[in-house]
Write a protein that binds this ligand. Structure first.
Ligand code: NAP
Length: 286
């Protein structure tokens, strides 16, 4: 029986990236749908849950993507609300690669996070919000910066509501302010938009407490000057550095593994914590 992935996207067209990784992860057929909302997704979920016998249902799964994390989360809740009894299929949320990217990044340093001070720079986007949530989940004292205090507060409130963890909002309007924000940090993750430089090398190279730097931005100019995109645990100025491409290969492997896992059972929900658990398991064999 064919493994069919329904790709539910909140954007005006389904992501080609997510479709290709779906095939690479083991789907035989990917059906992409765009502009999905809680109001219009119902009939598509019916099609997924009413077409195959309970034993065969694991061959149907749902992937939720799109640029907007809040819209993706709302869509996930709407999809789950349609499920009842055995009429359900496995579903994964990864709006803008947020869960797989954040899980892959945090898994790089798992075991060295508890009790540390972590700063997520420009953490208001999908990747930054999930990075902050996972770092806090691992026991770090996390600060999330934005150019706007209101946006930082909004992101921290969303994280608290979803994960029950506290993240401290901080305004940092420019490179100098971001440099001050990381002055006492042990861990710095840069989650700024593609092609946006957040820190110069002088902002971090001499910081005495700083242990780990990770930059998610894979589009030049990189988010943190002085780190190479291919860095994966490279020590620079005494700090362990990860560039976007350095952990990006692991992110892709994780995304593929999540797709494969969806087809193992028909009753799984893969969101940040489930994807992070898989990342930690994969990291041990990586
Ligand atoms: P995003 O939503 O596009 O942007 C994140 C934040 O960047 C925004 O919320 C904004 O925060 C800040 N920002 C935007 N323009 C800025 C500017 N000119 N100066 C300073 N800050 C600015 O990003 P995302 O989707 O969460 O992704 C984060 C990063 O991860 C991106 O670079 C993306 O390309 C990368 N990514 C990497 C991988 C990988 O495998 N390595 C996978 C997926 C994504 P405020 O407006 O609140 O300041």
């Amino acid at each position: 029986m064919k493994k069919i992935l329904l790709q539910f996207d909140t954007d005006p067209y389904p992501s080609s990236f997510d479709a290709i990784v779906a095939y690479d992860g083991g789907a035989d057929c990917v059906l992409g749908y765009a502009n999905l909302t809680p109001a219009n997704v119902g009939p598509l979920v019916d099609g997924a849950i009413f077409t195959r016998s309970p034993k065969a249902k694991q061959n149907t799964a749902i992937f939720i993507g799109g640029r907007d994390l809040a819209a993706g989360q709302a869509l996930l809740e709407a999809v789950k609300n349609k499920f009842f009894g055995d009429f359900r299929v496995s579903v994964m949320l990864d709006s803008n690669g947020s869960n797989t990217t954040a899980a892959a990044g945090v898994a790089q340093i798992a075991g060295e996070i508890g009790g540390k001070r972590a700063v997520v720079l420009a953490g208001t986007g999908p990747v930054g919000q999930r990075l902050a949530a996972l770092l806090a989940y691992e026991g770090a004292k996390v600060t999330l910066t934005s150019r706007s205090l209101a946006r930082a507060r909004q992101a921290c409130a969303a994280i608290r509501e979803r994960f029950g963890v506290e993240v401290v909002p901080q305004e940092a309007v420019d490179g100098e302010a971001r440099g001050q924000a990381i002055a006492k940090a042990h861990i710095v993750f840069a989650a700024g938009a593609a092609g946006v430089r957040l820190l110069e090398e002088r902002h971090w190279q001499a910081l005495p407490t700083l242990e780990v730097l990770l930059d998610a931005n894979a589009t030049p100019p990189w988010g943190i000057a002085g780190i190479e995109p291919s860095d994966r645990g490279k020590v620079r100025h005494g700090k362990v550095c990860f560039g976007a491409l350095g952990f990006g290969g692991f992110k892709l492997a994780l995304h593929r593994a999540c797709i494969a896992k969806l087809f193992e059972r028909h009753d799984q929900v893969l969101d940040a914590l489930e994807i992070y658990a898989l990342a930690r398991a994969l990291a041990k064999t990586d």
